[in-house]
Design a binder for this molecule. Structure first.
Ligand code: PRP
Ligand code: MN
Ligand code: MG
Length: 183
């Protein structure tokens, strides 16, 4: 293909809808965390766009850091094993941490990370998930800030990939089934 849009079946959430929701959540977070100097932790790679847009929309002083976690590999199903590809550069001890995540599917990635950050001594750990897919949840995660609830379809774009591709699409979309069928 010569254009990532060629593999798209339909758009699920437009860039405008994403921006407006992210601003809405950022306004609430800016109130909730006033005076707390939160540490925003993006879960790479998927949360790259969510973090970029969200951090700019937050109006209070906030630090940002990144942790690269992988559980999907090349498939559309979670492997259940979380691999740390790259760790934080910040000591979270005593910090108010807000995890910024693109999507909660099985919940395994976030259940692991929330636990891990609490074990490292964070003063508090909360979650902002741009997308939630309740149909596939197997692990319990308390999500304080939630963007969109989506149906059980494999979505890409705005940071989300299929086999490392389509992250650079500027909105959330559903791939044409033939792209991943038979894999
Ligand atoms: C995806 C997504 C979330 C996680 C959600 O990451 O970005 O981090 O899976 O799935 P779960 O709730 O079932 O754990 P992935 O492992 O594909 O790595 P990536 O962010 O680098 O794409
Ligand atoms: Mn991810
Ligand atoms: Mg992925």
């Amino acid at each position: 293909i010569s254009d990532v849009r060629e593999d798209i079946d339909h758009e699920l959430i437009s860039r405008e809808e994403l921006d407006s929701k992210i601003h809405e959540v950022a306004a609430i977070v800016s109130k909730d965390y006033a005076g707390k100097d939160p540490l925003l932790v993006a879960v790479l790679k998927g949360a790259v766009n969510t973090m970029a847009a969200f951090a700019q929309a937050v109006s209070i002083p906030a630090e940002i850091d990144f942790m690269s976690l992988s559980s999907y590999g090349a498939g559309t199903q979670s492997t259940g094993t979380i691999t740390v590809r790259q760790d934080l550069s910040t000591d979270v001890k005593g910090r108010h941490v807000l995890i910024v995540e693109d999507i909660i599917d099985s919940g395994l990635t976030l259940a692991w990370l929330v636990d891990e950050l609490k074990n490292r001594g964070a003063a508090s750990v909360e979650v902002f998930a741009l997308l939630e897919k309740p149909a596939r949840r197997t692990a319990h995660v308390d999500v304080k800030y939630s963007g969109f609830t989506i149906p059980d379809e494999f979505v890409v774009g705005f940071g989300l990939d299929y086999d490392e591709k389509y992250r650079n699409l500027d909105s959330i979309a559903v791939l044409r089934p033939e792209v991943y069928e038979g894999k």
